[in-house]
Ligand binder design. Structure first.
Ligand code: ATP
Ligand code: MG
Length: 197
């Protein structure tokens, strides 16, 4: 099964993704992590990615999709780990073009998206979380200026995908504040309901 974890920056996608992947034996595909890894290289592509991330914008679809294809190829037949029951997409897709590409990609490997879990968190909480995280994780895009741009990018380019997936009846909204374990429970209930539908 393949799941999309959806939500604004700071919604808790990374935290919940890990828990879901452990529980359902999924490969965790985080485009943010893949791009950060690539951007840590001192190549011209790495520097370009870093600048885009720090500017709160989306990295080009070409670069993002290339990294995804690589990841899927490396992991789809990976029987050396237990996580071969499918993919959990964290932070992808982020615009319409990416959503369409994901549909094609799924089709080409004879797979489907089971559901799109939308982590719902209001903007004040997002800001508070990311400013807290900036003191511990030291991500270069976790500062007020970049965050404002990331939130803007989310509402203009990414949020419209809720409509795209709602029309396919795939969206499952989960309240994203409170205890991590309670949120996880909410996500699990939706996954299991979708599996049994
Ligand atoms: P959080 O990790 O708190 O959920 P986030 O969703 O903003 O916050 P990441 O998903 O790690 O963080 O993404 C960080 C940055 O990487 C984004 O702001 C964007 O510049 C880039 N990025 C990540 N995923 C994509 C994508 N699918 N397409 C284009 N750029 C992306
Ligand atoms: Mg993340």
């Amino acid at each position: 099964m393949n799941i999309v974890l959806f939500g604004p920056p700071g919604a808790g996608k990374g935290t919940q993704a890990k828990l879901i992947c452990e529980k359902y034996f999924l490969n965790h595909l985080s485009t943010g992590d893949l791009l950060r890894k690539e951007s840590s290289k001192e190549t011209s592509l790495g520097i370009q990615i870093k600048n885009t991330i720090n500017d709160g914008k989306l990295v080009s679809n070409e670069t993002t999709i290339e990294l995804i294809k690589q990841f899927i190829n490396e992991n789809k037949n990976n029987n050396n780990n237990n996580n071969n029951k499918g993919f959990l997409f964290d932070g992808f897709p982020r615009n319409k073009k990416q959503a369409e590409l994901l549909d094609h990609l799924m089709e080409s490997i004879n797979e489907k998206i089971l559901c799109v879990i939308l982590l719902d968190v209001n903007e004040d909480v997002l800001k508070e979380r990311i400013m807290n995280r900036s003191t511990t994780e030291g991500r270069s895009d976790d500062n007020l200026e970049t965050l404002t741009k990331r939130l803007h990018t989310y509402s203009s380019e990414t949020e419209p995908l809720i409509e795209y997936y709602s029309s396919q009846n795939l969206v499952r909204k989960v309240h994203g504040t409170g205890e991590i374990s309670d949120i996880n429970q909410g996500i699990s209930s939706h996954i299991e309901a979708s599996l049994n539908a």
